[in-house]
Design a protein around this ligand. Structure first.
Ligand code: G6P
Length: 608
């Protein structure tokens, strides 16, 4: 989604801004722009398309000279991607220039009022309304103007603001859309994402909702939305800029696929004692009295939802409490039945996904206990949850998630084992068996990475197919959903996932000679059932890639095989997805797709 960068310091602003925008590219965008305070005023350059188009335009028009500026990558919501809808936007007299992430819900109403007062608009965006409104409110005092303006806005907004009368002032605003700030030797920065700040500083100010920061050459000041000064201190983040480098890999996605064993070790080891026992430590308090829980919801979007579906099978099996996995955008509008006997598990890599955050708030308002599985510390979801189990995936850059998804699965397993142990729904021998398989899961995933060359070969054989169908039952079905999403999001091959037994209720009519069917066959107890479904599509000419474990493969018929190591039957979801991540990667590579930045997609979806 959109990215914000702002800089005020000693160096020229343009390289800092364009470098920052490059680091934000992974979030997904369709146009970009910068505004730099030059001696003659604010110079804005913006362009539809990739950053290379903006760089070209900057070269053509002459690089703006100045040490204060803002920049933006836009993912279109209001108005199509174009030069004129790209940010920054300015008021009609050029007094205020700003960039914005989020959505202004009352923009139509505000726009109508401003138009009635004679303001002329140059774009279709909700953002321009903020710039025009701020300019109308401008009384010579920038903070008063910002305070008045934000009080008139509904919705979510992170803003980076420049004012023509303030040649050495950078203002940032946060409400329900992420914004961070940093002060370093060379000046100060604001950004919507930590990756843009880490090359300059690991001392980060996390802006909270309802806060404004104002940087000048003489220092940093923070205010609330009433304009009252507030104290804020910076925190040192444990990540460093290296995580945002490719380390010799061609794409971040492959680097991140290969980081899965390490991610799993870091994630699981937090919750295993030196004797190998599951222990959630302080976090367990957030669950409250477990015996009072009679229903569990697991809620997320995209791959986080798929992790939730795996979690549903694992928790129900071990804990025997009814679990529903739901998509956050559905959950929040369906009047879910929640009370203080309900546990809601919220899953989010970024901790900022708008629908997931709304689901969390709804759950809290309804009195449910809320536990979150989040990758980004200090994110809104992590901050607002009763209890958080952090995944330790580090920064994930590729839009198609791999290591964060794997870490979410592992955290759900830990949760299930913890609950089973506490509620005694599983005997201690089996708990120890599960703990053993948890401890060795990272090694098993490492072995599964050995399918790389085979996955590449199969991708070279099948990448020209227009359609693919992924099938499986139970946990294999959840793995099918995730693997199918991986293929379609980065290679643009039309792909669907079906519960294997459901295919014959309609979709089988699409299977013809040569149709690619990828069958996930790791759930041992359902193998014979899935094999029957494979036979049904083989009889209609489908080509079958089977993903299975060494123990299970004898029972199967297929055209091609991807073998993963055996594990506990409840943990197969972590292994079967690995060769299919690699398959999707290579299919996208053979189709010459931009693997890390698939078209139209965003890494963190901060709008509804
Ligand atoms: C986007 C990403 C997906 C991710 C989903 C949820 O669609 O492209 O990879 O699974 O958002 O994101 P979250 O940060 O909440 O896990």
């Amino acid at each position: 989604m959109c990215g914000i960068i702002g800089y005020l310091g000693e160096d020229q602003a343009v390289p800092v801004l364009t470098d920052g925008l490059e680091r934000l590219e992974y979030r997904g965008y369709d146009s970009a722009g910068i505004a730099v305070f030059e001696s003659g005023g604010i110079n804005t350059i913006k362009s539809n398309g990739r950053l290379s188009a903006l760089r070209e335009k900057i070269r053509e028009q002459g690089t703006p000279q100045g040490t204060l500026g803002i920049g933006h990558t836009r993912w279109a919501t209001h108005g199509k991607p174009s030069d004129y809808n790209a940010h920054p936007h300015s008021g009609q007299n050029g007094k205020i220039t700003l960039v914005h992430n989020g959505i202004i819900e009352n923009y139509l109403e505000l726009k109508a009022q401003l138009k009635a007062e004679g303001v002329e608009f140059k774009s279709d965006t909700d953002t321009e309304v903020v710039a025009q409104l701020a300019e109308k409110n401008y009384n010579g005092d920038l903070i008063e103007t910002v305070v008045k303006t934000v009080s008139q806005l509904n919705g979510s907004f992170a803003l980076g603001i420049l004012c023509e009368d303030y040649p050495d002032t950078l203002v940032g605003v946060r409400k329900s859309s992420p914004l961070l700030a940093a002060v370093c030797d060379k000046g100060c920065l604001i950004a919507s994402d930590i990756t843009a700040l880490l090359p300059y500083s690991e001392e980060i100010y996390r802006m909270e909702d309802g806060e404004i920061c104002m940087f000048t050459k003489s220092g940093a000041a923070f205010y609330d939305f009433d304009g009252k000064p507030i104290e804020k201190s910076a925190e040192t983040v444990g990540l460093n800029a290296k995580s945002a480098d490719k380390n010799g890999y061609e794409y971040f996605m492959m680097k991140e696929i290969y980081e899965q064993p390490e991610t799993l070790r870091a994630t699981i080891n937090q919750y295993l004692t030196s004797e190998g026992r599951v222990d959630l430590g302080e976090a367990s308090k957030g669950f409250g009295e477990l015996k009072d829980i009679n229903r569990i919801f697991i809620v997320g979007c995209g791959s986080a939802y798929h992790a939730g579906v795996v979690g549903k099978y694992v928790i129900e099996e071990l804990v025997r409490i009814p679990v529903e996995a739901d998509i956050a955008s559905e959950f929040r509008y369906r009047h879910p039945i929640l009370d203080n006997h309900t546990l809601v598990i919220i899953i989010s890599q970024s901790g900022e996904t708008a629908d997931t955050l709304a689901a969390l708030r709804l759950a809290k308002e309804s009195g449910a206990r809320v536990m979150s599985i989040v990758n980004v510390e200090g994110s809104t979801i992590a901050t607002e949850s009763d209890c958080v189990l952090f995944t330790r995936a580090g920064i994930e850059i590729a839009v198609a998630t791999t290591k964060a998804y794997s870490a979410q699965l592992a955290t759900l397993y830990v949760t299930a084992v913890y609950m089973a142990q506490e509620l005694k729904t599983v005997d201690d021998n089996e708990i120890r068996n599960l703990e053993h398989y948890l401890a060795v899961l990272p090694d098993a995933v490492e072995k599964a990475l050995g399918t790389k060359e085979q996955a590449k070969e199969l991708a070279s054989k099948y990448y020209e197919k227009d359609h693919a169908y992924y099938v499986g039952r139970n946990i294999d079905y959840a793995g099918a959903m995730e693997s199918s999403l991986k293929l379609k999001e980065i290679s643009y091959v039309h792909s669907e996932a079906y519960a294997a037994g459901e295919l014959k209720h309609g979709t089988i009519s699409l299977i013809e000679d040569g149709t690619l069917v990828i069958a996930l066959c790791c759930c041992e107890r359902l193998l014979a059932k899935t094999q029957s479904n494979i036979e049904e599509v083989r009889a209609r000419g489908a080509k079958i890639i089977c993903v299975s474990t060494e123990d299970n493969v004898k029972a199967l018929k297929y055209d091609d095989l991807l073998l993963v190591p055996a594990t506990h039957p409840l943990f197969v979801g972590s292994l079967e997805v690995v060769p299919l991540q690699l398959f999707a990667y290579y299919a996208a590579k053979f189709r010459k797709c931009d693997i890390d930045k698939p078209r139209c997609l965003a890494k963190s979806v901060t709008v509804e």
